[in-house]
Design a protein around this ligand. Structure first.
Ligand SMILES: Nc1ncnc2c1ncn2[C@@H]1O[C@H](COP(=O)(O)OP(=O)(O)OP(=O)(O)O)[C@@H](O)[C@H]1O
Ligand SMILES: [Mg+2]
Length: 350
């Protein structure tokens, strides 16, 4: 399911401003170099993250969807003494109540019908001596919260079907785009868990509040796309003005999606407004509107197979640009997860 132990992408040489770990001009290879931005609030968040990385303190990262919570959590892990161990990313919102214990703590062999004969490690086992990222913690069920609280308080757990207490040494980073105080008020989030996770809080600002970073981020994503396509791209002044004026509700993820869309659409190394998704031109497009617009803007060719592929690619790119995550994009597109990933690969949108 959601335990991902991805290695961070290769650091980009864009680490402008001070290195959060040293306070000096950033050096190539710093764990935070992948995080692009010079905005003061954003840089302060990176400096705090750099400090937190030096200890085992629990960190709570709060920010709207697409502001970079996951990439920041990975940078903290990479900058910490635990970097050679795993970062286990747990999507807390996606754990079904029936599987909480086996997902988090694993199971012993023969624990239940259908269990693998050799047993299985849980997320906490995998994260031993490393870091566990409790992603989307604000969307976790109360049963998940109860189990998490227990292991975080005692530092031990039992596998399903096991009797011995297993001790783990994990560093906890949690992240949410929700207002946890509000959820506590609504009795949807446990206050005791909040206090345990909230020892050190980092707030990531939305992109609309750090507009000076739009250009840097656009250049960064163009450069990555250019390397992949072995060509240099830039936006025309008119197209760039559109990007700059937009309010980016989906933050950096949305910007990245739009640049990727434009790179797929453009026939020229100078990307003009015609290669931008239509929703940038309307104030509040809404998802249905986006799909209608994409469909209405017409195919680039009359060949039916090509036209269908063209439309498919546009719809998928737009769904990715406006969705908070891939599951949301899959739902918006109304296709199966498997088809979605096959098409991502087919159209080079991974
Ligand atoms: N400052 C940044 N510099 C470069 N890339 C960034 C930055 N912030 C975010 N990104 C990129 O934007 C995308 C979304 O970032 P990320 O997954 O970390 O967001 P998130 O806050 O965890 O979103 P969600 O709440 O939806 O899970 C990723 O592809 C990430 O690499
Ligand atoms: Mg995330």
């Amino acid at each position: 399911m959601t335990a991902r132990a991805k290695k961070s992408e290769v650091a980009q040489p864009y680490g402008k401003g001070a290195d959060p770990q040293t306070g000096e001009a950033s050096s190539p290879g710093s764990a935070f170099d992948e995080l692009i931005g010079v905005d003061e609030t954003f840089r302060k968040a990176l400096v705090s993250a750099g400090r937190a990385a030096q200890s085992d303190i629990s960190v709570l990262i709060i920010g709207e969807s697409g502001t970079g919570k996951e990439i920041l959590a990975r940078a903290i892990h990479q900058a910490s003494r635990r970097k050679n161990k795993q970062l286990v990313d747990v999507n807390c919102a996606a754990i079904p109540d029936s599987l909480i214990e086996s997902e988090l703590f694993g199971y012993e062999k023969g624990a239940f019908t259908g269990a693998r004969t050799e047993g299985r490690k849980g997320y906490f086992d995998e994260a031993h001596e490393g870091t566990i990222l409790l992603d989307e913690i604000g969307d976790s069920s109360l049963s998940v919260q109860a189990k998490l609280l227990r292991v975080l308080e005692s530092g031990t757990f039992k596998r399903v079907g096991g009797t011995k207490n297993i001790k783990v040494d994990v560093r906890v980073i949690s992240s949410t785009n929700q207002d946890l105080a509000d959820l506590i008020g609504q009795k949807k989030f446990r206050e005791d868990l909040f206090f345990r996770l909230n020892t050190f809080t980092i707030l990531l600002p939305p992109l609309r509040e750090r507009r000076e970073d739009i250009e840097l981020l656009v250049r960064h994503f163009l450069k990555i796309g250019g390397v992949a396509q072995k060509q240099k791209f830039r936006f025309s002044p008119e197209a760039f003005a559109m990007l700059h004026a937009y309010h980016w509700p989906g933050n950096v993820r949305e910007l990245k999606g739009v640049v990727s869309y434009a790179l797929n659409m453009t026939q020229s190394p100078v990307i003009d407004v015609g290669s931008l998704p239509n929703f940038l031109f309307s104030e509040s497009p809404g998802r249905d509107g986006l799909q209608r617009e994409a469909a209405a803007s017409g195919p680039a060719s009359l060949n039916l197979t090509e036209a269908v592929r063209d439309l498919e690619r546009r719809l998928i790119t737009e769904a990715l640009a406006i969705s908070s995550n891939r599951s949301e994009a899959i739902r918006a597109l109304g296709i199966s997860r498997r088809t979605f990933y096959l098409k991502l690969r087919e159209y080079g949108l991974e």
